[in-house]
Ligand binder design. Structure first.
Ligand code: ATP
Ligand code: MG
Length: 235
């Protein structure tokens, strides 16, 4: 379970991009991190994954402090991120990308998981020998998620998975998230579409200018006049 306490961080010493960030994902299946462009969402995610050069505060995962660990060690403990822009290896095939996602696993288990992911994403199955760079945007997003799922992460962090995708593909992705959560993978989802993010999650955190301004149960935030006015254009 992820717990962040009074996190402050940025890319240059002394210049904080996000501060006073505290959140606890205990008991949450899907949490959405919402906010406008430049609010600091990706910066928080990088902080969780050990990729932010400067920070203070603490990040705990399963009761152990992880913010001082190198990124690969944080990943090994079960925190996987699909970054903005997806980050698949364009020159490698779908299968090769999945193999990399399962690196460190015994060969038989790795093959079993590749089968599982190709069953989950039939489009990837059809294109398994194609290079990732030749996939459509939606297919690349599926591959990025499949690759992250190869390690059976405890926490899957998705940074704007819907960006640039056709509405029908976005709908498919949003059907997928509760399925992944049912398999025991907690999800932290960054989404710019506040309404959509709230509908897809049990709890939500709204970031504005590097700080948390609203936090709570998604169903309640959907009814909150301040959220409706600021983000949903309803009032
Ligand atoms: N590598 C970097 N070096 C310096 N500043 C950065 C870097 N990445 C982001 N920033 C700055 O940090 C601030 C927050 O950026 P961040 O990427 O966290 O926003 P975001 O909420 O993810 O926005 P978006 O929705 O556009 O992805 C921005 O002002 C941005 O210019
Ligand atoms: Mg971002």
């Amino acid at each position: 379970m992820l717990k962040i306490t009074d996190f402050r961080g940025g890319y240059h010493k002394g210049a904080a991009i996000v501060e006073h960030i505290s959140l606890d994902l205990q008991g949450q299946r899907i949490t959405s991190l919402l906010g406008a462009n430049g609010a600091g969402k990706s910066t928080i995610l990088r902080g969780i994954c050990g990729l932010l050069p400067w920070h203070s505060g603490e990040v705990h995962f399963d009761g152990q402090r992880i913010d001082l660990l190198p990124p690969h060690e944080i990943a090994r403990r079960g925190v996987r991120m699909v970054p903005e822009g997806r980050g698949t290896f364009a020159a490698l095939s779908v299968l090769e990308n999945l193999h990399i996602g399962g690196s460190g696993l015994p060969a038989a288990l790795r093959r079993q998981r590749i089968e599982r992911e190709l069953t989950r994403f039939p489009r990837l199955h059809e294109r398994s020998s194609q290079t990732a760079g030749m996939l459509s945007g939606g297919e690349q997003q599926m591959l990025a998620i499949a690759r992250a799922m190869m390690s059976d992460p405890r926490l899957l962090i998705l940074d704007e998975p819907s960006l640039g995708l056709a509405p029908i593909i976005v709908d498919q992705l949003f059907v997928l998230f509760p399925q992944l959560a049912n398999e025991g993978t907690q999800i932290l989802l960054v989404e710019q579409d506040v309404g959509r993010g709230l509908e897809a999650s049990e709890s939500a955190v709204v970031i504005e200018k590097g700080r948390i301004t609203t936090q709570g149960r998604s169903a309640e935030l959907l009814k909150d006049p301040r959220v409706q006015e600021s983000f949903l254009g309803l009032v």
